[in-house]
Design a protein around this ligand. Sequence first.
Ligand code: HH2
Length: 287
Amino acid sequence: MQPQQFQTWLDDPRRPTLVMGVLNVTPDSFSDGGQFLDPAAAEHQALRMAAQGADLIDIGAESTRPGSQRVPADEQIRRLRPVLQRLGRQPPCVLSIDTTRAQVAQMALDHGVSLVNDISAGRDDPAMLPLVASRGVPVVLMHMRGQPADMQQDPRYRDVVAEVRAFLARRLHAARQAGVPERNVLLDPGIGFGKTLEHNLALLAGLPALASLGRPLLVGTSRKAFIGRLTGEQDPRRRLWGTAASVAWCAANGAAIVRVHDVEPMAAVVRVARAIALAGRPPATQL
Ligand code: HH2
C-alpha cells in the first residue's frame, strides 16, 4: 500500500486486514536483533518485505523486549537516519516509526515515514501527541503495564479485557484532547507487554470487545513468548506455526493490522482467514 492510500483505508469501515512487517534496526531485539543494524541490510529487508506483501513496514531502533533498557533518542536517530535516507525518498509501502520519543518521530516524519507507532500511547514523551496532531499523521496507541524493564514482574489484572479497553479509551481521549482527530487513531492491546500467558489469550479472545471502541486494532503476536509457552518452542525464529494460528485468529476477529516478522507466509494466512470470516457475514455488516 502506498502512503496516500493509507488515509482512505483508515476512513473505510470495511477496511481489509493489512500486514505490517517488522524491521528492527537494533543489536538486541528478541527475535531479529543485530540482523538489520547495517543500513544496506535494513534497506534490503524492507524491500524484500514489501515485495512479499507487506502493506506497512514498522521500523524501530529500540528493543522493548522484557527487561530491555531504554535507548536515548539521539542513539535511535543515529541508527535510523541512514536507513530512512535510503527508504524514505520512494517508500516501497507505508513506513511506520516504532518509538516513544517525539524527537525520533519528527526525524522519521521528515524522511518519508507516515505513521507513528507509540507503545507508550503518548505517555512517555509529552511532546509526542502534539507532534502527531501538528503533522496530521495517524498514530498507534498501545497498552503496556509498567515499562519494558519491569513489565513482566508479576502482572495482575482483575479483568484484563475490561482494563485494557478502559486504558485505550482514556488514551484515545488524551489524543483527541491534544488535537489528534479520532480518525487518525489506531489502538493496540499490547500483546506481551505486562501480561501473562492467560492475559494474552484473554485479550486475543476479547478482540471484538476492543474493536467496539470503534478504532482499527493493530495486534502484534509474532514470535512472542506466549507462543513459545504454548508450543514449547524456545527459539523465537521457530515459532512460525504458532504465529500463523494467532494471526489467522486476529484477522478473523477484527484486527485491522497484524504486525509480523515473517511477511510472506503471514500475508497468505491473512488473506485466507479474512476471506472465510467475510464469507460468513451479511454484506451490510462486513468490516
Ligand atoms: N511489539 C513489539 C514492538 N513494537 N508495537 C506495537 N504497536 N505492537 C506490538 O505488539 C509491538 C510493537 C515487540 O516486537 P519486536 O519489535 O520484534 O521486538 P523488540 O521490541 O525486541 O525489538
